[in-house]
Design a protein around this ligand. Structure first.
Ligand code: FES
Ligand code: FES
Length: 153
């Protein structure tokens, strides 16, 4: 099947039912997307599907055909960071880092839809992304900063 990932078409020979997460990591080597729980309970595997944050452990490869998938590798580049990635660095959000690509993808989808989120909207959107290191206060601060920098352009 053909999958559009980070703006590039990939031909993959996998079962329709294979979780998108396996395709990304094992077939395409895009290991920035993490496996945490496998049951939609942690958010570590979050990617964008047509701009919406989804749990790639729950999306079957066949369901992703015809959609634009973006992973953390396609969000920004080292030279041109996405505003969320830049804010993550300036706020030194990451600790162990394991949950962080999912957190960043979730936050980027939130800001694409809601450019000036309230604290409640941030909490609601980020509620399903767990961080064992407890970086939540820094995540919220970085999202506020990213929202501001996106609004300022
Ligand atoms: S690995 Fe998909 S939500 Fe936890
Ligand atoms: S930074 Fe370690 S799990 Fe979130």
């Amino acid at each position: 099947m053909k999958l559009s990932i980070n703006g590039q078409m990939h031909e993959v020979d996998v079962e329709e039912e294979m979780p998108l997460l396996w395709v990304l990591r094992d077939e395409l080597g895009l290991t920035g997307t993490k496996y945490g729980c496998g049951i939609a309970a942690c958010g570590a595997c979050t990617v964008h599907m047509d701009g919406i944050a989804v749990r790639s452990c729950q999306i079957e490869a066949g369901m992703a055909e015809g959609s634009e998938i973006v992973t953390i590798e396609g969000l920004g580049t080292p030279d041109i960071l996405h505003a969320v990635q830049a804010a993550w660095i300036s706020h030194q959000v990451a600790q162990c880092g394991y949950c962080q690509s999912g957190q960043i993808m979730q936050a980027a989808a939130l800001l694409a839809e809601t450019p000036a989120p309230t604290d409640d909207e941030i909490d609601l959107a980020m509620n399903g992304n767990l961080c064992r290191c407890g970086t939540y206060p820094r995540i919220r601060a970085a999202i506020r900063a990213a929202a501001e920098s996106l609004r300022e352009g």
